[in-house]
Write a protein that binds this ligand. Structure first.
Ligand code: TMP
Length: 207
């Protein structure tokens, strides 16, 4: 079986970390070699770019600066970590990828989706995740969780409307390509979410 590239997405506080652990356990139990990584980040340089992106700051961050930094981190991550792993038969589980750019920079910031698609082609060529799991929950629920955790990063400080637009873009992308996207209702009980994700994984390893 070819090693697959799986991404997890969702707005803030939808439970990505606990559900990444569900996917990791699933792969571990089947002895499938994998790495877990994240965006923005995943390599030392890309993690530095992440810090630049997430730090709250007084200076207004131009939306194109933000967009290009996200793709700069991604170019580094793809060439140094994701592509080499897939090439040697290691599954890649990534906490966010380009769908987050469509959702946050496209939906949230209002950058045209076609401009993002151009950068996507420039940086990724043909490479796309084999499966993308979108954890979906009302924005209010997630933001409450995030606020309870403590200090907020530059994105978490955004208003509800920003995340609602991001959520809409995720849903739109999932509707346009149901073969690759799996929307999981993350407002359900944790064990229900877990079993939904295990079903998706089952399908993925048998195709
Ligand atoms: P995280 O909190 O899920 O680790 O992600 C960091 C933040 O970066 C999150 O608020 C979403 C944001 N982000 C973008 O705005 N665009 C992107 O392309 C990615 C990957 C993340």
């Amino acid at each position: 079986m070819r090693a697959k590239f799986i991404t997890l997405e969702g707005t803030e506080g939808v439970g990505k970390s606990s559900n990444i652990a569900v996917v990791e356990n699933y792969l571990r139990q089947r002895n499938l070699p994998f790495i877990t990584t994240r965006e923005p980040g995943g390599t030392p340089l890309a993690e530095e770019i992440r810090q630049v992106l997430l730090a709250p700051r007084d200076e207004c961050v131009d939306e194109n600066t933000e967009l290009l930094l996200v793709f700069a981190a991604r170019a580094q991550h793809l060439s140094q970590k994701i592509k080499p792993a897939l090439a040697q038969g290691t599954w890649v589980l990534c906490d966010r990828f380009t769908d987050a750019t469509f959702a946050y920079q496209g939906g949230g910031r209002g950058i045209s989706l076609s401009k993002i698609a151009q950068l996507e082609t420039f940086v990724q060529g043909e490479l796309q995740p084999d499966a993308t799991i979108i954890l979906d929950a009302p924005v209010e629920i997630g933001l409450e969780r995030v606020t309870a955790r403590g200090s907020l990063d530059r994105f978490e400080k955004e208003k509800h409307a920003f995340f609602n637009r991001a959520r809409d873009v995720y849903q739109q992308r999932a509707n346009e390509n149901p073969g690759r996207y799996h929307i999981v209702d993350a407002s359900q009980a944790m064990d229900v979410v877990k079993s939904n994700i295990e079903k998706i994984m089952e399908q993925l390893i048998t195709t």
